[in-house]
Design a protein around this ligand. Structure first.
Ligand SMILES: [Zn+2]
Length: 202
């Protein structure tokens, strides 16, 4: 056999894929041909460069891929879960129901003749109060107050978050002066004018 043919067969020979007859030919040639013997040495010393049949590696790749996807999915599910718990406990993204909040107000005339109404909000039960006030920049008050609650956890010594909201006007309150409280279950609108009138201020 010619050297070219031998060298073509050598990778197969190395993998034991050649016939007995070919093996004898190859071995005889290798004993006599230095060039082919050296070529065979390089094949033996670099077995990793030999192509591994494709059908063996494919299932492995698939398994690796599905394990990766599972890992990524569980990572994100875990992250979202942790974030939700964190938000629920510490930031107060759960809107309060009307029954969770106690609202009281006082109306009085100040010494300088200004009209003042003060609202006080406190959480009942195991809630901690949080709020977002949307102030509108008008000549009159028209505030929207969203109340959020945080659940108290055992051994939780955080303040209950009670707060107050004051309205002061130099003239009597008008019908446009309102406070809207957005609860989870309903919206309640307070008329500042009515409150002032009930208190005998105006
Ligand atoms: Zn040769």
């Amino acid at each position: 056999m010619k050297c070219g043919m031998i060298q073509d067969l050598l990778p197969l020979y190395y993998e034991n894929l050649t016939s007995q007859e070919s093996n004898q030919e190859i071995e005889t040639h290798l004993n006599t041909c230095k060039i082919c013997a050296e070529f065979y040495e390089t094949i033996k010393s670099n077995p990793t460069t030999q192509e591994i049949p494709n059908h063996d590696i494919q299932p492995l790749k698939k398994i690796k891929k599905s394990v990766m996807i599972k890992a990524i999915v569980s990572f994100f599910v875990g992250a979202v879960l942790l974030a939700s718990i964190f938000l629920f406990l510490f930031w107060g993204v759960i809107p309060a129901k009307q029954e969770d909040i106690q609202v009281s107000y006082t109306a009085e005339m100040l010494e300088n003749g200004d009209y003042e109404i003060d609202f006080a909000f406190s959480a009942t039960g195991n809630w901690i109060l949080n709020s977002r006030v949307k102030r509108t920049e008008n000549s009159f008050y028209q505030e929207e107050l969203k109340l959020y609650c945080v659940k108290k956890i055992p051994y939780d010594n955080r303040e209950t978050g009670d707060f107050s909201l004051g309205f002061v006007k130099t003239e009597p309150f008008s019908e446009e002066d309102i406070l809207i409280i957005d609860y989870r279950d309903k919206d309640i609108t307070y008329s500042l004018k009515e409150i002032a009138e009930q208190a005998g201020l105006q």
